[in-house]
Unconditional design. Structure first.
Ligand code: 5GP
Length: 121
């Protein structure tokens, strides 16, 4: 799959406000935050969408969630609440085709997260 802007962040070719890194993953602040805290947690491995996930990558995806859990605890919003979401494909609003968890916190988050009334498809 093609390189994305996230590879440039992983490789430090462009700057990002990185809050966590380990061998498998990186977490940094979203450039266009939708909540007081808006982090992106990404695998260092290039995977375009959820559709491209391989069975042997289950642990890697689980790892992204445990990073989210740990950051929520460290940043102090684990008890007040937070949202973790991964968009898949254009209709879901995915714009960077390198999977990433959005971690949103710091205010009451509305649900559902879209404004259109549900229509039959
Ligand atoms: P998606 O729409 O694919 O679910 O989320 C992509 C996210 O990446 C968006 O929230 C967008 O603001 C963020 N983003 C896009 N380009 C950059 C960038 O260069 N740096 C950072 N930190 N975030 C980015």
């Amino acid at each position: 799959m093609a390189e994305t802007i996230f590879d440039k962040i992983i490789n430090r070719e462009i700057p990002a406000d990185i809050v966590y890194e380990d061998e498998q993953s990186l977490a940094f602040r979203d450039i266009n935050p939708q909540a007081p805290v808006h982090l992106l947690i990404i695998p260092k491995t290039r995977i375009a969408t959820i559709n491209d996930l391989q069975d042997d990558q289950k642990a890697l995806v689980g790892h992204l969630f445990t990073v989210a859990r740990d950051l929520a605890r460290e940043m102090g919003f684990d008890e007040s609440g937070y949202r973790v979401v991964m968009n898949c494909g254009e209709q879901a609003g995915q714009s960077v085709f390198h999977i990433h968890l959005h971690l949103l916190a710091g205010k009451p988050l509305g649900w559902p997260p879209y404004t259109d009334r549900m229509k039959q498809v």
